[in-house]
Design a protein. Structure first.
Length: 110
């Protein structure tokens, strides 16, 4: 049983990562990229509701790192120059982790 829970968590985290990478490369040169982490919280909530708390927490952390290193300058570094972009990432991390803890666990059919 625990293998299916780990599998679901990894599947949910993988989904978060793939979507974050796709959005990163789609919005890299967009003027709305600074709010992308906040909008991405919708994905984190959906993944948490479907795949569980661990997937929501791990997906939030992975996607925060993806956005920090691949979306916001300086690229390939977790340092973020813009204070607006940095605060957006911080809020995404905090809210994503809190929401992942507060949502009820999903009910898996047997």
């Amino acid at each position: 049983m625990w293998r299916s829970e780990i599998g679901n968590a990894l599947l949910g985290t993988g989904l978060c990562v793939v979507l974050a990478l796709g959005l990163t490369f789609s919005f890299r040169h967009s003027s709305v990229k600074s709010i992308l982490p906040i909008v991405f919280l919708v994905v984190v909530v959906a993944v948490t509701m479907r795949f569980g708390t661990f997937a929501g927490r791990l997906g939030t952390v992975c996607c925060t790192l993806i956005f920090a290193t691949l979306l916001f300058p300086p690229l390939h570094s977790i340092a973020v120059q813009s204070s607006d972009e940095r605060s957006s990432l911080i809020w995404m991390l905090i809210v994503g982790l809190v929401v992942a803890e507060l949502l009820p666990p999903p009910r898996f059919s047997k």
